[in-house]
Design a protein around this ligand. Sequence first.
Ligand code: PLP
Length: 382
Amino acid sequence: MKLEFDTKLVHGDLSFDEATGAISYPIYQSATFKHRGFKQSTGFDYSREDNPTRQKLENTIAVLEGAEAGFAFSTGMAAVANVLQLFSTGDHLIISNDLYGGSYRLFEELLHKQYRLEFTYVDTRSLEGIEAAIKENTKGIFIETPTNPMMRVSDIRKIAEISKSRGLLLIVDNTFLTPYFQKPLELGADIVLHSGTKFLGGHNDTLAGFVAVRAGEQLSERMKLIQKTVGGVLSPFDSWLLLRGIKTLGIRMERQQENAFKIAAWLKANNKIAEVYYPGLASHEGHGICKSQASGFGSMISFSVKDAEIIPQILEGVKVISFAESLGGVESLITYPLVQTHAAIPKAILDELGVNERLLRLSVGIEDVKDLIEDLDKAIGK
Ligand SMILES: *Cc1c(COP(=O)(O)O)cnc(C)c1O
């Protein structure tokens, strides 16, 4: 049955608990499952391999991303690490140079130093830059769009064309827009991943990660093997929390975006603010591409102040907005990327990107926007 996206958010694959008819999918808090008889498994043997609650969630993610299969992990980083297990020593990957700090740390500190995978960081807004970085041993391209924290936008369709023509795997970290606004697999990507901790969970209460893969080349079989072998799976209870969070993704994304538009415009008009990075602004350099490949711009705003001296006063002055890491939840958060989310990336790289001591990142929640603006106004000062 063909369903609209908001219906898919609430019902996933339309499956329900046949045993009880429960409207809220049950939490199957069981590590193992009894066999009905010799060679008579229920289809569930051990929860690292498959658990009914997690499976319901994984099917839901697959439906939302238009994927062949979905996989749920204990964190977003576990999702990234599991996807990278598709590659081998000596393989080379091209990576967006503006990227979540934890992903950078995984690539450099573990996968490069210990396992000799090679990574080249390029500005993936430039297709020529990507082409130029392709080497004989290049096997994949890994992008975020919009990027964390500079909100740079890369053209997924065009990068997918390059990737396909060279036989590479295109992986998109879709954490910032979620499938509600952007569906990378439909645009030609091979693999989508998420920190489910952020918008999909949506309540700043649970860590989770997702991978969704297109059909073909045994991608889903290989991911399943990696997932059950490595074992970083999402627990039944956290799977239930994610199912619950996803039901309201649409209304949250709409409200958060509506608030973000107002705050971005307000920041832009503030004389203490130097630069506002929000792809929803017509003046943002990636606005056109974002509009062509996504149905919305999300609710992440980065901005730089003119004078770094007011940073502590802003971070300590906000009362409704919390000075905290993370993003995507109903509660608005403000982050100082230089010392929080992006501390793992060398200063020289950050400087070049514009991640400096004047940059703040705002995750806009669902509060009344009047209170959020008043909060920022008081903290930024006159
Ligand atoms: C937070 C984040 C991650 C890592 O996810 P965790 O759930 O914190 O492990 C990866 N990518 C992006 C874009 C993120 O914002």
